[in-house]
Design a protein around this ligand. Structure first.
Ligand code: GLP
Length: 234
């Protein structure tokens, strides 16, 4: 049975508070220089906490997990836009890294991103989880040794994410994403999951069996995993 740190909270607000304390401790003890960031509704209360605090990120380098292909950074549907809106326009970082889903050569873009990751090894990677157990845009079946790559999105993910696309823009069927191996290299991983929609994915994690059909389960092999959730499994 794998060991990980399961933090049960009452609600997303308390989860965000918990993650805030964890981060603050790491920053204050000078263990946090490179931070992997995630997007999605789950992260909104998390970033809100950071923004209203006096946390100092001036010495922190960041990497975002993923981005849609073909959506311009200026579009409200892009992850770059999300990050700018919720965090980057409000806090100063030493250097931020975002995958460019508009790059002419996506393979090259991914290879360069992976190189930057090697240059700045991740101290902490924050993660959400998809309803089908995907982490970043590593969908079920993604090889565990994958590094940053172009990924095809599953119908399930397209369906779940379609709620954000309320304008004429088409939902992209591809994305650029850090791979499972890129994520696993982080010294510490903190996954946040709120609400019943994430129950199936977390249940798989708690089952303790590693399977490519549920990418989240690969995290069971990480040495330092914390999971923050408001779900009850008793
Ligand atoms: C997208 C992202 C994932 C994120 C997931 C969950 O698919 N690529 O990184 O974890 O959505 O998003 P939400 O927090 O909105 O449920």
């Amino acid at each position: 049975m794998s060991m990980f740190n399961l933090v049960k909270v009452a609600n997303p607000e308390e989860g965000a508070q918990n993650l805030f304390q964890l981060l603050k401790k790491e920053l204050e003890s000078d263990r946090l220089h490179v931070l992997g960031l995630a997007t999605g509704g789950t992260m909104i209360p998390v970033y809100e906490k950071w923004v209203e605090s006096d946390l100092d990120f001036k010495n922190v380098v960041t990497f975002n997990l993923d981005e849609y292909v073909g959506i311009h950074a200026d579009s409200p549907n892009s992850y770059a836009y999300f990050m700018n809106e919720h965090l980057f326009s409000k806090k100063t970082f030493r250097k931020i890294h975002l995958l460019n889903g508009m790059a002419a050569d996506l393979e090259k873009e991914c290879a360069q991103y992976e190189e930057s990751l090697q240059q700045y090894p991740l101290d902490i990677q924050l993660l959400g989880v998809g309803e089908n157990g995907h982490i970043a845009f590593n969908e079920p079946g993604t090889p565990f040794d994958s590094v940053t790559h172009v990924a095809k999105l599953t119908d399930s993910t397209l369906h779940v994410n379609s709620r954000f696309f309320d304008n004429d823009e088409e939902i992209p069927h591809t994305a650029v994403t850090m791979g499972i191996a890129s994520i696993m290299q982080a010294k510490k991983i903190v996954l946040v999951a709120f609400g019943e929609k994430k129950r199936a994915a977390l249940a798989k994690l708690l089952e303790g069996h590693v399977t490519a059909e549920w990418p989240i389960t690969k995290l069971l092999q990480h040495k330092d995993l914390t999971v923050i959730t408001d779900l009850n499994f008793d």
